[in-house]
Design a protein around this ligand. Structure first.
Ligand SMILES: Cc1cc2nc3c(=O)[nH]c(=O)nc-3n(C[C@H](O)[C@H](O)[C@H](O)COP(=O)(O)OP(=O)(O)OC[C@H]3O[C@@H](n4cnc5c(N)ncnc54)[C@H](O)[C@@H]3O)c2cc1C
Ligand SMILES: *[C@@H]1O[C@H](CO)[C@@H](O)[C@H](O)[C@H]1NC(C)=O
Ligand SMILES: *[C@@H]1O[C@H](CO)[C@@H](O)[C@H](O)[C@H]1NC(C)=O
Ligand SMILES: *[C@@H]1O[C@H](CO)[C@@H](O)[C@H](O)[C@H]1NC(C)=O
Ligand SMILES: *[C@@H]1O[C@H](CO)[C@@H](O)[C@H](O)[C@H]1NC(C)=O
Length: 497
């Protein structure tokens, strides 16, 4: 099978909807996505479940015992051991062969070497999500509203206190699915508070819409300033992901992430395979699916039924062989590079504008180069040989990937490309974006928003660095961890009254 065929295949699969200049929500030329549903990212993510390292936990200053207890609380409901089939096993064995050691078997722990991690997909392939954790909830005291978009948080300022008076959060304005506006208020005189968990894009946006942000930026949008806080929306990061696509002569399973190589140079190596497109039923799943569209270049709103139908027709015209293969990816630790977020308008249903400045720091680029170099060696390993074509050297695979429209950036494939150029040209997201309401800058170590009362932010927007190789375990852990801390504080306060 020639290069032309595979180029066509890659172009087709990843660019069925390719259309430049349509995403106005990001400035780096990388198409991103977010989940707006109960359970957030865990409802559409790749499912890999893995803890942060004890070193990360110590650096952040969390209580290690309560952290471990909280991970276990999450794991009882949402984490499973994944099945290891042929392609994922070859990646695991390749990692071991090229020296990403030791082999640690199946574990949730973050340890150097190669391991099989957890998954939020169970043995029957069913996804479990953060919303499943509601099975722990006390349904007598809890009200859950779906399709309720918060437009702003309401504050009162107690002027009697003179200069020491601070704005106090006391309610929210939200709209239901019919666009009707509602208010919800905290009980007066209680220790109740508002906890925002709208994610790295949503939480800084919501604080700004509520009047907490850089005063000049808020005034540009006619938002009355509650607190001039220029650090809201700063420190935004997204770990760059780069991948090499590898067409396979042998059949591969459809897999999301199951294996990870944790290297000592700050690069994490993972892999996904297969496109489960059934010609007869016309159903498809997988990373390239025009319906799921994780790699689709068209923003979801423009994926009309007609556009999807057209894409499926084009997929049907392809040989089954075109769907064999997978990609090995690397994501860098950290990252060190930082960006920022600003409002596009005052509609919480619209995305804010975000800039991540991928690879701005040369140390980030170096981790990518070493990661790609390791992937090249895995592809050439003995363990991986059944899943690559003999007549396709790694240089050709690299060129093929660099020629496919994985992002909206200009390409430089006319020259013999350096790995640094490859990293810059083929950068994608692994959707681990974080920051914007960071600890020590926007919230304190109890996640209380600095400068106001009765308001906390608890989610991925508070991270300075992405935890573990993939963050969702730690995001869910943090929810339970802070819940226990807040309940304990209240109990102590009640007892000392
Ligand atoms: C495609 C994809 C693949 C991924 N793969 C993995 C993986 O394999 N493993 C892993 O560990 N991590 C993965 N992640 C990352 C992980 O899912 C996120 O880090 C995690 O979900 C972040 O949690 P969060 O609570 O900070 O934010 P989110 O999950 O984004 O949750 C924010 C929630 O707030 C709601 N919201 C936002 N604004 C408002 C508002 N104004 N009013 C009301 N509600 C609002 C949203 O609807 C959403 O429910 C992936 C993410 C994506 C998108
Ligand atoms: C938490 O668990 C990890 C292993 O999962 C262990 O290395 C660490 O020592 C534990 N921390 C505490 C405080 O028990
Ligand atoms: C802000 O208000 C002014 C005066 O009412 C108006 O001219 C301007 O268009 C508004 N700006 C935005 C971004 O809404
Ligand atoms: C490669 O293309 C770039 C622009 O896309 C151009 O600036 C450069 O001169 C070209 N290099 C060669 C060797 O043709
Ligand atoms: C990479 O592919 C392009 C387009 O097919 C081709 O023009 C170029 O010569 C290739 N470069 C290398 C180094 O193989």
């Amino acid at each position: 099978m020639g290069l032309g065929f595979w180029l066509w295949r890659l172009t087709l699969l990843s660019a069925i909807f390719f259309s430049p200049n349509q995403c106005t929500c990001q400035k780096d030329g990388v198409v991103n996505s977010r989940a707006r549903v109960l359970g957030g990212g865990s409802c559409l993510n790749a499912g890999f479940y893995t803890r942060a390292s004890p070193h990360y936990v110590r650096e952040v200053g969390w209580d290690g015992k309560l952290v471990n207890e909280s991970y276990r609380w999450v794991e009882r409901v949402v984490a499973f051991q994944p099945p290891m089939r042929q392609w994922q096993s070859a990646v695991r064995d390749g990692l071991i062969e090229v020296g990403v050691l030791p082999y640690n078997g199946f574990t949730y722990d973050h340890v150097y070497g190669t391991k099989v991690g957890g998954s939020i997909f169970d043995q029957n392939g069913h996804r479990h999500t953060a919303a499943d954790l509601l099975e722990y909830a006390n349904t007598n005291t809890m009200t859950l509203l779906l399709h309720a978009i918060v437009h702003r948080i309401l504050f009162i300022t107690n002027n009697k206190g003179g200069s020491s008076s601070r704005p106090v959060a006391h309610g929210v304005v939200f709209k239901d699915e019919h666009g009707r506006e509602h208010m919800a208020y905290l009980k007066q005189g209680s220790r109740n508070e508002i906890i925002v968990s709208a994610g790295a894009l949503g939480s800084p946006q919501l604080l700004m819409l509520s009047g907490i942000g850089a005063a000049h930026h808020l005034r540009e949008h006619n938002i009355s300033v509650v607190l001039d806080q220029p650090l809201v929306g700063q420190g935004m990061s997204d770990n760059p992901m780069n991948a090499i696509f590898v067409p396979s002569p042998a059949p591969v399973e459809v897999s999301l992430i199951q294996v990870v190589g944790i290297t000592d140079f700050g690069s994490y190596i993972e892999a996904a395979s297969g496109e489960n497109f059934n010609h007869r039923s016309r159903r498809d799943f997988g990373m390239f699916s025009p319906k799921i569209g994780q790699f689709s270049k068209l923003p979801p709103k423009q994926r009309t039924p007609e556009a999807i139908e057209k894409a499926i027709e084009r997929m049907e015209s392809l040989d089954q062989d075109a769907f064999k293969g997978g990609f090995i990816l690397e994501k860098i630790m950290g990252p060190i590079s930082r960006g920022h977020l600003e409002l596009q308008n005052t509609d919480p249903n619209e995305n804010p504008i975000v800039t991540f400045n991928y690879f701005q720091d040369p140390r980030d680029l170096e981790m990518c180069i070493q990661g790609i170099n390791t992937i090249e060696r895995i592809i050439s390993s003995k363990a991986f040989s059944p899943f690559k074509y003999d007549n396709m050297p790694v240089s050709m695979l690299l060129n093929m990937t660099a020629n496919s429209p994985v992002n909206l950036l200009p390409k430089h494939t006319n020259t013999s490309m350096s790995l640094a150029q490859f990293c810059r040209d083929t950068v994608m997201t692994i959707w681990h974006y974080h920051g914007g309401c960071q600890v020590g800058r926007v919230v304190d170590t109890d996640y209380k928003v600095l400068g106001v009362d009765a308001l906390r932010v608890i989610d991925g927007s508070t991270f300075n660095y992405s935890p573990g190789t993939n963050p969702q375990a730690t995001v869910m852990m943090l929810g339970r961890y802070m819940g226990v801390k807040i309940l304990t504080e209240r109990l102590v306060a009640d007892e000392t009254k």
